[in-house]
Design a protein around this ligand. Structure first.
Ligand code: B1M
Length: 222
């Protein structure tokens, strides 16, 4: 079956309904048929989650339904991750520590960005969600990171991005790490306002931006 024939709308519908078995089964079927893992993400899973977000916004869905859809999304992503990250070349482009801003539990988009960065050849340390500024600082110190990625999905957690940048500056790391921010409510204007070095709207652009920042970052210390 070719990419054009794969029933992506059915996969999106299963995700909208929180049907993790069907999402997992269809992901496996798509892979067995030779589909590109990224096509499954961008044509099946993300369009489904976009509808979930819209339903949530309109109060047609509540947290329990959104949680079921998030689990269904991971039923697909967990199968796809090894295939995307395995395409990494030898020799890292840079070391990234990435996490969701303090107070924020949304991690699907951040994990997607982490996955794509890894697949593009970055060494990635994924700190998880609800990451305190001090934890970012500690991870930069420990892993000699050259790029820090911060994701925020809520307007209320965007200020924690600024606090993280301030903490990196206070620790004396600001001249050797580049900070990239992203997430649905984040904009280039906000990134400029808080002194971030880069902003990316989605995971594909995050790879482009990280490569640009890697060129600009000071070399990692041994
Ligand atoms: Co929540 N939630 N949620 N939620 N949730 C949003 C974000 C919301 C917009 C929904 C809405 O009202 N329409 C809203 C925030 C409103 C606001 O701040 N203005 C909201 C709310 C209010 C909440 C709660 C407060 C609800 C409650 O409890 N009453 C609560 C907050 C908990 C907390 O964080 N403290 C909550 C909880 C949850 C769940 C746990 C149920 C679940 C998260 C599960 C999980 O992540 N493991 C959830 C979900 C799933 C969503 C929506 C529906 C979908 C988010 C998502 O995964 N999208 C979301 C609605 C929406 O965003 N439209 C919503 C798919 C993902 C692929 O896209 O994350 O945007 P996204 O990532 C993209 C880009 O943004 C970008 O690349 C990614 C891939 O292309 N990107 C980066 C992301 N990070 C990046 C970093 C970069 C660069 C690019 O560089 C470092």
């Amino acid at each position: 079956m070719s990419d054009n024939d794969f029933p992506y709308p059915l996969m999106a519908r299963a995700l909208i309904l929180g049907d993790r078995e069907t999402v997992g089964r269809m992901t496996r079927e798509g892979l067995d048929q030779g589909l590109d893992p990224k096509a499954i993400i961008f044509k099946g899973l993300i369009p489904g989650m976009d509808v979930v977000g819209e339903k949530f916004r309109r109060n047609e869905y509540y947290v329990p339904q959104v949680l079921l859809s998030a689990r269904a999304m991971y039923a697909g992503l967990d199968l796809l991750k090894p295939l995307i990250t395995a395409s990494a070349t030898s020799g890292y482009l840079g070391t990234v520590v990435i996490g969701t801003a303090q107070g924020d539990l949304h991690d699907i988009g951040k994990n997607l960005v982490a996955m794509m960065l890894e697949g593009a050849g970055f060494k990635v340390f994924n700190l998880g969600r609800d990451v305190a500024p001090e934890t970012f600082v500690q991870a930069v110190r420990e892993h000699h990171a050259t790029i820090v990625g911060i994701s925020a999905l809520m307007t209320t957690t965007m200020p924690a991005m600024k606090r993280t940048i301030d903490a990196l500056a206070a620790a004396g790391f600001r001249d050797r790490v580049r900070v990239m921010v992203g997430g649905a409510p984040v904009t280039q204007a906000f990134a400029d306002e808080i002194g971030a070095d880069g902003y990316a709207k989605d995971s594909t652009l995050a790879v482009v931006k990280a490569k640009e920042l890697a060129g600009a970052a000071a070399p990692a210390r041994p």
